[in-house]
Ligand binder design. Sequence first.
Ligand code: HEC
Length: 450
Amino acid sequence: MTVLRITLTGGFLGLVALAPLAAYAATNGPAVVTFEKDVLPILQKNCQECHRPGEVAPMSLLTYADARPWAKAIKVAVATEKMPPWFADPRYGHFTNNRTLSQSDIDTLVKWADAGAPEGNPKDAPLPLKFVDGWNIKPDMVIEMPKPFHLKATGTIDYQYILVKGNFPEDVWVTAAEMRPGNPKVLHHGKVWVRPPGSHYMENAIPGEAYSTGMGRNLISDGNDILGKFNPGLGAQSFDIGGSAKLVPKGSDLVFELHYTAIGQETDDVSKLGLVFSKTPPKQRYFFSPGPTAHNLVIPAGDDNAEVVSEVTVGADGVQLVYAQPHMHLRGKDFELRAIYPTGETETLFRGKFDFNWQLGYEFAKPISLPRGTRLIGISHFDNSAANKFNPDPTKDIVWGPQNWDEMSNCFVGLIFPLDTNPEDVFHASGPSLLPRGKFGPTLSVLRLP
Ligand code: HEC
């Protein structure tokens, strides 16, 4: 498919008959393509969220001068579907944040590059997009790490956990959040957790101090919720689906979880979280759960397609799924989220390639009802062979662990449910996730099918 696109649009006519090509040209985008009139609107809509100063992409695509040197690279990136990053298999699920370019937009970008990247008339240009001071949301409150985290020049840096005093004088309902790195070069990914009063998680930590491993254990049990996340390409998160919002109970603290990468020189980072508060009383609660989780996974040495299956069962009424974000490490290849409903009916909710560098999240176009008793199954595949260029060590059997050279398999899910539901009742580990660790898997072979 990819190759075909390049062939058709890249001028290598080869054996392609002329008639279809003529039809192709007539139906796909304008005949004369210029940057200001045709290309800039596509870049604004699909690329500038990342391709502007201070964002994750390496170069800006705001203006003609910015984009001109990249014309050929843009052609290749869009024709091969490398850009914009998006991994969902189009056969399953509909997602509001789908980044796939339309075929006519791809054609326009390719034609522009092939025509020598003409500028055209600046009068034809759309107005530049306005970006709010780095934020993609308009925050009502910004919470920063109380002091900078200092990074060494080299070496591996363990996950860091920093407790930040919340001082929320009352319950707060949040409709959107965005975590932003102070230094995007060093923060690989991060999360900000809500630690409700009474939670034992990091209860003896000194606020502002950075703690490494060992702190991430009982995250899930005490009603802790992920408030905001940063991954390259993830963007801001909104929680206002169907009148829902995320609860930060009065007296909560926050925990910044930070995964840093050393960049060859010493530097500091002060990451921050922006919050938008609900202007009206919420109708439902929005909650992030780790979803089906394979703490018992084993990925055999050298296996280039190791399967791991995990499961949770819904234990409350009125639960709806609105978001899915598969999570694996450097050996992750692909992920499927499947529901087995109490009726016995099975549905693949999401399926897609996995790329550790992106860790994209997928927003369902319509909330998916998960009646009590529904089983959510996570099916992941890993490449633990030497052919995987990201594989830190193909000679080892790999088990669950927090570092990149360990593995994980879970799918963070965004849920909405009634305000009086206890988040701890929503999912119970079940099926394959309850098995003791074996020599591989657990795989689909142990899934009890209806
Ligand atoms: C979600 C953020 C994001 C979006 C949206 C995005 N990019 Fe990128 N782009 C990146 C990042 C990060 C890189 C560098 C890492 C990489 O190449 O994977 C990149 C790299 C590139 C490259 C260099 C590729 C190479 O092989 O060196 C091109 C060209 C490019 N993007 C074009 C585009 C175009 C055109 C669009 C819109 C149609 C777009 N990108 C949308 C984040 C983004």
